[in-house]
Write a protein that binds this ligand. Structure first.
Ligand code: ADP
Ligand code: ZN
Length: 608
C-alpha cells in the first residue's frame, strides 16, 4: 500500500468525503489486516465503503456477492461514476458480455466484481477465480443466509465453499437487518473460522415516525403528500394488490405521479416501474411488500403505510427505505381496528403450525403496542431491537405533540364487563353497540338489550369506545379469539382492573397532524423548495438521462445542496464539495458549473 492509497486518501480523492463514519475505519483496518468482519449497520450507514475502500487499497479484485441484479447494477453505475473499474456478472447478460467481464477479471483490470451467488458457485466461475487475484470477498445482504428470515436464499448457505477454496482471502458479511439470532446464524454459517463483529446503532435519526388513526385513508394520504411532500419520491405500502391499484389510481386522478407495484403484475411491468422509480424524482409507488429489497434509491422522502405491516421488524425494514441519503424523511402510518381483525383472520386462516401462529400473534401485539404507545416512538422501536435510547427524540409524533392521557379505569371496566356478559364471542362493533345501548336486530334476538351493561357507556362516543378497546388489546388485557372471527375475550391480565385494584390511563386519540415544529438540532436540513434548487435538479436529471443512469448516480441531493450553498466557480473548488471526487469533477464538473452560472444569471429558471 503506497502512501496515496491510504484509506483516508482514497476516501477523499475517489469519493470526495472528508472522514469516515462510525465503524467504517475499524472495519477497513480489519480487512486490510487480513481479518474477517461481520458488519451490521442500518440502511444508509455506509456499508459499501467498508469493502470498496479496501478493494481500491489492495492488489487484485474484490468479489462482492449480491442477491439482486438491480442492486448490482446500481452499485456498478455508482462506482463507475467515481471512475472505479467495476462490473457485474449475472445470468441475464449475454454470453458475450459475460465472457468479456470474465476476461477483465482474469487479466486483473477490475477493482470490484459483483456476482449473484448462484453464478459465483458454478464450477466455471470458480475456475476463473482460481486464475485471478482476489483481494477480498464481500457478502452483501448477509441476512439472506438465515433460514428463518423472509429473504432466505439457499445458495447463501453454500458460500462457505469460498472460505475453503480461498482460505487466505479476507471476507466481510454485511447487512442492515439482523437481530441477535440472525447475527449468530450469519457468523456460524459464513465465519466458522471466526470474525470480528461491528454492530452499529439501529437508530435512523433522520426519519420522523408518525402513527395515526385511519379515518378516510386515501384523503389522509393525499393531504399528507400535498402538505408535506409534493413532487418527491416515496413508497406507499398497502396490504392487498387491489388496494395498491386503487390507491395509485386515486393519487393519479389527483395529479400525483403514482403507479402500483405488486407480485401479480407481469415481470416486465414490474421491472419498468422499478426502473421508473429509480430514474424519476417524483414518482410515488403504491406497493405490496413485493416492492422491497433491492430498492437502494437514496432519495426516498417518505414511506407511508395505509395498512398495518406484519410486525415491528417488517415496519422497521419497510420504513428504513426512506432517507438513505441522510436527509429528512417521514415514516407515516394510519391504522384502525379493522386492520387488526384482518391480520388476525389472516394468521388464523394460514396453514402454519400452531406455534408459528402464536409467534405471529405475539408479533402483531408488539406492533399494536407500538402504535398505541404514548411516548417516544424511537425509544420504543429501538427497545424492540434491544437497544436503549433516552427517548424524547424531538421528531416523532409523540414527542412533537405529546398525547393527552385520561383516567380510563371506569370505562375500561365497563368495556370488559360488556365483553364478559355477551359471552366473549363478539367483535368490537357489537360490544360498542351494547355499551352505547343501540338496539339492533341481533341485539334483541340475543337478548343483549336485557343485560345490565346495555347502555352503560353513553357518556362516550363510538370513536372513544373503539379507542378504549384497541388500547385494551394493545395492553394485552383483551385478545381476539384465535378462530379468526374477531370475537373479543378477556385475558388473565385484566383481573386486577376488573376488581378495581388497578388504575388505567389511556391516550386520547388525536387526528394525524402535520409534523410541524420546525427542524430539530439533530435533524439534517431538508432540500430547499427554491427555483434555483428545482433548476439544478432538472439539470442533473438531463445529465443523468444523457448518460442513461439515475440522477442520484450523478450526485446525491446532499451534494447538490452543497453545490448551491458553496457556489464553486472552478473545478478545484468543486472538488471541495462533499461527494465530488477527482473523476466526478472531471466528468460532470464543467456541466454542473455551467448550470450553476445559468442559475445565478436567471434564478427564476427559463420557464419561470
Ligand atoms: P448502506 O449500504 O449502509 O445502506 P451506503 O453504503 O449506500 O449505505 O451509504 C449511504 C450513503 O452515505 C451513500 O450516499 C454514501 O456515499 C454515503 N457515505 C458513506 N460513507 C460516508 C462517509 N464516510 N462520509 C460521507 N458520506 C458517506
Ligand atoms: Zn420521539
Amino acid at each position: 500500500m503506497t502512501n496515496n492509497h491510504t484509506p483516508e486518501h482514497l476516501l477523499a480523492e475517489v469519493f470526495g468525503y472528508a472522514g469516515f463514519r462510525g465503524d467504517q475505519r475499524a472495519v477497513i483496518e480489519t480487512v486490510l489486516g487480513g481479518g474477517n468482519a461481520l458488519v451490521i449497520m442500518p440502511t444508509g450507514g455506509g456499508k459499501s465503503l467498508c469493502y470498496q475502500i479496501p478493494a481500491l487499497a489492495m492488489q487484485g479484485t474484490a468479489v462482492v456477492v449480491s442477491p439482486l441484479i438491480a442492486l448490482m447494477r446500481d452499485q456498478v453505475a455508482t462506482l463507475r461514476a467515481h471512475g472505479i473499474a467495476a462490473a457485474h456478472l449475472s445470468s441475464q447478460q449475454t454470453a458475450d458480455e459475460q465472457r468479456n467481464t470474465e476476461g477483465q477479471l482474469v487479466s486483473g483490470e477490475l477493482d470490484i466484481l459483483y456476482v449473484a451467488p448462484e453464478r459465483l458457485l458454478t464450477e466455471g466461475m470458480l475456475r476463473q477465480l482460481d486464475r485471478s487475484a482476489i483481494a477480498l470477498i464481500a457478502i452483501d445482504e448477509a441476512h439472506c443466509v438465515s433460514q428463518w428470515g423472509h429473504d432466505f436464499r439457499p445458495e447463501y448457505l453454500r458460500l462457505d465453499a469460498l472460505r475453503r477454496r480461498y482460505p487466505n482471502v479476507p471476507r466481510l458479511a454485511l447487512t442492515a437487518t439482523a437481530d441477535a439470532r440472525t447475527r449468530d446464524e450469519i457468523a456460524a454459517n459464513l465465519f466458522p473460522d471466526g470474525c470480528e463483529r461491528f454492530i452499529a446503532s439501529f437508530d435512523r435519526p433522520n426519519i420522523r415516525y408518525r402513527v395515526g388513526l385511519k379515518d378516510r385513508p386515501k384523503q389522509q394520504l393525499l393531504a399528507f403528500l400535498r402538505q408535506e411532500h409534493p413532487d418527491v419520491s416515496g413508497i406507499v405500502y398497502c396490504m392487498s394488490r387491489r388496494g395498491t391499484e386503487s390507491v395509485a389510481d386515486w393519487l393519479a386522478q389527483n395529479g400525483i405521479n403514482a403507479t402500483a407495484y405488486h407480485a401479480g403484475l407481469e415481470s416486465q411491468t414490474r421491472d419498468e416501474r422499478q426502473e421508473r422509480f429509480l430514474r424519476e424524482e417524483d414518482l410515488v409507488v403504491v406497493a405490496t411488500v413485493a416492492f422491497g429489497m433491492g430498492i437502494d434509491k437514496p432519495d426516498v422522502r417518505f414511506v407511508a403505510h395505509l395498512d398495518l405491516p406484519k410486525s415491528i421488524e417488517a415496519y422497521y425494514q419497510e420504513t428504513g427505505r426512506a432517507g438513505r441519503d441522510g436527509l429528512p424523511a417521514d415514516a407515516w402510518m394510519v391504522f384502525g381496528f379493522q386492520d387488526v381483525t384482518r391480520i388476525r383472520q389472516f394468521i388464523a386462516d394460514s396453514d402454519a403450525e400452531p406455534e408459528r401462529k402464536a409467534i405471529e400473534r405475539e408479533r402483531l401485539e408488539s406492533l399494536l403496542a407500538y402504535c398505541e404507545a404514548p411516548d417516544c416512538r424511537r425509544r420504543g422501536l429501538l427497545a424492540y431491537f434491544g437497544e436503549s435510547h433516552p427517548g424524547e427524540c424531538g421528531h416523532c409524533d409523540n414527542c412533537l405533540n405529546p398525547p393527552q392521557r385520561w383516567d380510563a379505569t371506569q370505562a375500561a371496566r365497563k368495556a370488559l364487563s360488556a365483553i364478559y356478559r355477551t359471552g366473549q364471542r363478539f367483535g368490537a362493533a357489537h360490544v360498542v353497540d351494547v355499551l352505547l345501548g343501540r338496539p339492533n336486530e341481533r341485539i334483541s334476538r340475543l337478548g343483549h338489550d336485557q343485560l345490565s351493561t346495555f347502555g352503560v357507556g353513553d357518556e362516550h362516543d363510538k370513536g372513544t369506545w373503539q379507542s378504549i378497546l384497541r388500547q385494551l388489546m394493545a395492553a394485552g388485557h383483551i385478545d381476539v379469539d384465535p378462530d379468526g372471527h374477531g370475537g373479543l375475550r378477556l385475558s388473565p391480565s385484566c383481573r386486577p382492573l376488573l376488581r378495581g385494584e388497578q388504575q388505567l390511563y389511556l391516550r386520547r386519540d388525536q387526528p394525524q397532524r402535520p409534523a410541524g415544529g420546525g427542524r430539530r438540532p439533530t435533524e439534517p436540513e431538508a432540500p430547499p423548495d427554491s427555483a434555483a434548487w428545482h433548476q439544478l435538479r432538472r439539470r442533473r436529471r438531463e445529465i443523468a438521462d444523457a448518460e442513461g443512469v439515475a440522477p442520484y448516480i450523478i450526485c446525491h441531493d446532499r451534494s447538490l445542496m452543497a453545490l448551491l450553498n458553496q457556489q464553486p466557480q472552478t473545478l478545484a473548488e468543486l472538488n471541495e464539495v462533499p461527494g465530488f471526487g477527482h473523476y466526478k469533477c472531471e466528468r460532470y464538473g464543467p456541466e454542473l458549473l455551467a448550470a450553476l452560472k445559468e442559475i445565478e444569471l436567471d434564478p427564476a429558471g427559463d420557464d419561470g
